[in-house]
Write a protein that binds this ligand. Sequence first.
Ligand code: ADE
Ligand code: ZN
Length: 322
Amino acid sequence: MAATPYAELHMHIEGALGPELIFALAERNRMHLPYSGLADLEARYEFADLQSFLDLYFANMAVLRTAEDFADLTRDYLQRAAAAGVRHAEIFFDPQAHISRGVPLQVVLDGIFDALAASEREFGVSSGLIAAFLRDEPVHDAEEVLAELLRLRAPIIGVGLDSAEVGYPPTLFEDVFARARAEGLHVVAHAGEEGPPEYIWQALDLLGAERIDHGVRCLEDPALVQRLVDEEIPLTVCPLSNVCLRVVDSLEDHPLRTMLQAGLRVTVNSDDPAYFGGDIGANFAQLRDRLGLTEDEENLLARNSIEASFASPGRKAELLRS
Ligand code: ADE
Ligand code: ZN
């Protein structure tokens, strides 16, 4: 892990839900799991693509029922992240994935937010919460969720767009994101993970995305790379995720260095740490071993992460100084 403080900008809190916590929460909530045991569940962490991962990711969320469950999950992530050198975290959550199971949005918010506030005191990790819309669900659902988040005065800093990408272009969500921007929320979007460069253009031009989550497929379009470089748009790249979801063949083939050399404002993130072989520390360790990531590159990635965050100017300065 880089010696300098790090900001993690792309992780889904539901993706920090690991096998042991799944079993513990199932027991606490007296739920039956469709797995014969821990080994049976662990054997399923082999993915052919984004959708095969999402199937397990959404299924496992069934154990998240109470505010305490969400708080335990969030605290678990932040404790591990802090130990790996993360000093600021911007965390996605998927409101629709919980509302559709009958878990009230307020319960989700209360649990996550309690843990964020406590972790700031306990671990010194500042944080922000980003509500992500499921792009493969009806646009109307996203509109309703945004309206409910605003009605509840949810303590979110922004909105994002995630879930199955191909066939669900950003253009569908233009109006929802316009409303979010008008309400003063930050705007980010997953684009160019499995989807084509065109989706990155749309995220920038139609959604007003301030950061692109993943974005690795931008390299297929030189004009897009130039645009991202010129406008210093951060890309929240997730190397271990890209390998596990077969976006790239292996870590040795990952275009991270090409992206840095092109002048793109790249950051490294864990995406779903419980599913893809580890947290931010594991991502850096593997990049060092398998891609020969240098100390200078690590320091640049750490600085990028802080500069690309939505932390206050004062907090950014504090992190960059320490
Ligand atoms: N939700 C959780 N992880 C995701 C990913 N890598 N891409 C799209 N949606 C996600
Ligand atoms: Zn993601």
